[in-house]
Design a protein around this ligand. Structure first.
Ligand code: AMP
Ligand code: GLY
Length: 443
């Protein structure tokens, strides 16, 4: 990709940046943002134990729901730009609130976040704008669901309408399983998120994540990425938040991207505008490349994780300007972001038991890492009372590497990962198998 970027002229100070969130995604954003020389400090609320290992980063331990204290603190710190990482504060309208208080915010308001927090709304949105997606039925009761499931001659996917920490999607193998899934959702497995169920036609094809940074009208695409959602090798086992990723995704050519822009991205932004939704943030398009072309599986109103951890190391110091331009509604739309000529890959290490029950508090030992073109981003860690790094989440940390090809990327990632240990550490050995020429030889 191209290597030009005209720095925004006449922009305000960009000394103090705040990132809200506590995962690997937020640490990778901080890592990319701090590269810019204008940036003096990157604060994270709350961040995690890995945040302060990143240059210029400092954690702030305050509750974002305590609005008065939050605003007082941000005024005191003279925050120039706020980036909101996770979907829950976005769905709760935090971006709207902070904008009302005159902060520059990267992240959509409550109305825009609906793309993620209501699947039925998103499906109707796509239907209204003729955006390719799987056929669907929005149902309000188990009886209605059963009727559709019994009459259906196609395979169905069953989804809770609202946020469910990535656990609200069921891919049943039979009508019975479909009914059981709908039953569990209507019986309150996901609380109010399951008041509505979406039944969807099951579609087939490889998946790709596309991220559009949007200023309300214009957009810039980040490099594409492919996630690995299943827990186990060969894409088996339960769905997780993501076990690893690589970027860019060679599956998607420039021509494909043009088609995706024309058929999906531009109609999405036009439809948001038609609905008077001023979307300043990232739109994450979860796409499936079917035999009939690309279709939207889901929208998210935030960066994907681990995709974000994988993409951020490819960004140069101008990345923060893009976020600021989006927050200010001032993208030109043809900014050429510098993208490294390397490719990037990420492998996640999890706690034993994830994505189900798991224990935390195990000491993490990190040996000597080959750190050139390689980062460790913490997803779920904390410091114990002796200041020792311990596990504190399902996804614990990741190794992200950049090299000139994927064989080298994953060779380095796995070599480094061997130097990291904690009780019950688990990771997939086949991340990037689709793009590793030597994968079978390595085995
Ligand atoms: P979501 O949380 O909506 O991304 O769904 C989780 C995963 O379920 C996706 O990454 C897909 O692998 C799968 N999935 C969701 N919707 C469908 C569909 N309509 N057809 C086939 N697979 C789907
Ligand atoms: N990696 C998938 C997600 O962030 O939802």
């Amino acid at each position: 990709m191209s290597i030009n970027f005209s720095s925004p002229k006449g922009f305000n100070r960009l000394e103090n940046i705040l990132i809200i969130g506590n995962g690997g995604r937020e640490n990778s954003l901080a890592w990319a943002i701090q590269k810019n020389k204008l940036v003096k400090k990157v604060y994270l609320i709350p961040g995690n134990a890995g945040s302060e290992r990143i240059n210029k980063c400092e954690r702030i331990k305050i509750d974002i729901n305590n609005k008065n204290i939050l605003v007082e603190k941000l005024d005191f710190l003279k925050i120039d730009l706020i980036v909101i990482g996770p979907e829950i504060p976005l769905a709760n309208g935090l971006a709207d609130f902070l904008r009302e208080k005159d902060f520059k915010v990267f992240g959509p308001g409550k109305e825009g976040a609906k793309l993620e927090y209501s699947k039925s709304w998103a499906k109707e949105f796509m239907q209204g704008a003729n955006i390719p997606t799987a056929n669907f039925w929005k149902v309000n009761s188990l009886e209605e669901a059963k009727k559709i499931i019994h009459l259906s001659s196609i395979q169905l996917v069953v989804k809770a309408d609202g946020l469910a920490s990535g656990k609200g999607v069921f891919i049943p193998d039979s009508k019975d399983e479909c009914i059981k899934a709908a039953e569990s959702i209507f019986n309150g497995k996901f609380g109010d998120s399951g008041n509505i169920v979406v039944l969807e036609e099951k579609i087939q094809g490889p998946e790709v994540s596309v991220f559009a940074l949007c200023d309300g009208e214009r957009y810039i695409l980040l490099p594409t990425a492919q996630d690995h959602k299943r827990l186990n090798e060969k894409d088996k086992g339960p769905n997780t938040g993501g076990m690893g990723a690589y970027s860019p995704a060679p599956l998607i050519t420039e021509d494909d991207l043009e088609r995706i822009s024309k058929e999906i991205i531009e109609p999405t932004i036009d439809e948001l505008n038609k609905k008077n939704i001023d979307y300043k943030g990232v739109i994450y398009f979860g796409l499936m490349i079917t035999e009939y072309g690309p279709k939207v599986i889901e929208y998210n109103c935030r960066f994907g994780d681990p995709e974000c951890q994988t993409i951020m190391p490819l960004m140069d110091q101008n990345f923060v300007f893009l976020l600021e331009k989006c927050a200010m509604g001032k993208l030109i739309g043809d900014e050429k972001i510098y993208i490294s000529n390397k490719v990037s890959g990420c492998v996640i290490a999890t706690s034993k038991g994830y994505p189900h029950e798991y224990e935390t508090g195990f000491p993490i030992k990190i040996g000597e890492i080959d750190s050139s073109g390689c980062q460790i981003f913490d997803s779920g860690t904390s410091l114990d009372k002796n200041g020792e790094l311990v596990t504190d989440g399902g996804r614990v940390l990741s190794i992200v590497c950049q090299e000139k090809d994927y064989d080298l990327v994953f060779k380095k990632a796995y070599k480094n990962l061997k130097k990291i240990n904690f009780e019950g550490i688990y990771f997939r050995n086949d991340i990037g198998h689709q793009v590793r020429k030597n994968f079978f030889k390595e085995k």
